[in-house]
Design a protein around this ligand. Structure first.
Ligand SMILES: NC(=O)c1ccc[n+]([C@@H]2O[C@H](COP(=O)([O-])OP(=O)(O)OC[C@H]3O[C@@H](n4cnc5c(N)ncnc54)[C@H](O)[C@@H]3O)[C@@H](O)[C@H]2O)c1
Length: 261
């Protein structure tokens, strides 16, 4: 059986300083990877480097400030990683750019904001993937993992948001649906270069949301009637990053505790 560890694999995690990204960085570090946190949040990124090094004893964790909407930033990231390690084994597309009007009810979403959010989120994922795929094509190997969402596959149940200020904005469905299908496109296109492309679609992750929302959402979750913890997503990521998943491409793995059944 092939190894499940990530020893010495060079893994770029966009949005690595965020809620789910932090758990991904920690999980990959525990499995022996060389992790590059590519994020716009320098303060949190640097803090995380220290924290993860301390907790795991893995010193191959670095932060590089990178806005996935900025080609110069991406070029700088690639240059720095190649200079240090000579290879990029994997890209985890996990960043979550959104503008300040993001997160509104359908009736309140302005056309300009819809377009901008698609542009910065989906467009950013496209840009960083295109640039890093170029490197992977030359290497004749690579592994790309897109973090999608259950809302890229299923419709939201708006009842769960009742009585809260939260909603599920339409641009999120559009973006994540596109991410799932772009995963298939890229898997098909890049397969001949020995590049695998898969997606993970997490369910809602607990982040101190209003109790009423948590209760209503959790009711639909078959496993434990609870929202996901960030650790619930890490196992699938580690598997897809490992050589054990070497014959898997173009797939979208839903990690939602059975919410969508
Ligand atoms: N939280 C959930 O319940 C949930 C559920 C399913 C899927 N997801 C997906 O998981 C991913 C991570 O979500 P999260 O909840 O950890 O979000 P988060 O907001 O906690 O973290 C996102 C990170 O992305 C960074 N970022 C934002 N714009 C960027 C840019 N232009 N370039 C580089 N980095 C940028 C932020 O600084 C932040 O560190 C997202 O793709 C999200 O859609 C989240």
């Amino acid at each position: 059986m092939k190894d499940h560890n990530l020893n010495d694999k060079v893994i770029v995690i966009t949005g690595g300083a965020g809620l789910i990204g932090r758990a991904f960085v920690q999980g990959c570090a525990e499995k022996g990877a060389r992790v590059i946190i590519a994020d716009v949040d320098e303060k949190e990124g640097q803090r995380l480097v220290k924290d993860v090094k301390g907790k795991t004893g893995n010193n191959e964790i670095i932060f590089i400030r990178c806005d996935i909407n900025n080609k110069d930033n991406i070029d700088g990231l690639i240059k720095a990683v190649i200079m240090k390690y000579g290879v990029i084994d994997a890209l985890v597309n996990n960043a979550y750019p959104r503008n300040r009007n993001y997160g509104k009810r359908f009736e309140d979403v302005r056309y300009e904001d819809f377009c901008e959010n698609i542009n910065i989120n989906l467009g950013g994922l496209f840009l960083v993937t295109k640039e890093i795929a170029d490197v992977m094509k030359k290497q004749k190997k690579g592994n790309i993992i897109n973090i999608a969402s259950i809302y890229g596959v299923f419709a939201p149940d708006f009842e769960v948001y009742k009585g809260t200020k939260m909603t599920m904005p339409i641009e999120y469905s559009a973006i994540k649906g596109a991410v799932v299908n772009m995963t298939r496109y890229l898997a098909s296109y890049l397969g001949k270069y020995n590049i695998r492309v898969n997606a993970i679609s997490p369910g809602g992750v607990f982040n101190n949301q209003p109790p009423g929302f948590v209760k209503r959402y959790s009711k639909k979750v078959v496993l434990g009637n609870r929202m996901a913890g960030t650790d619930d997503i890490c196992g699938v990521l580690a598997f897809l990053l490992s050589d054990q998943a070497g014959y898997i491409t173009g797939q979208n793995i839903i990690v939602d505790g059975g919410w969508s059944l």
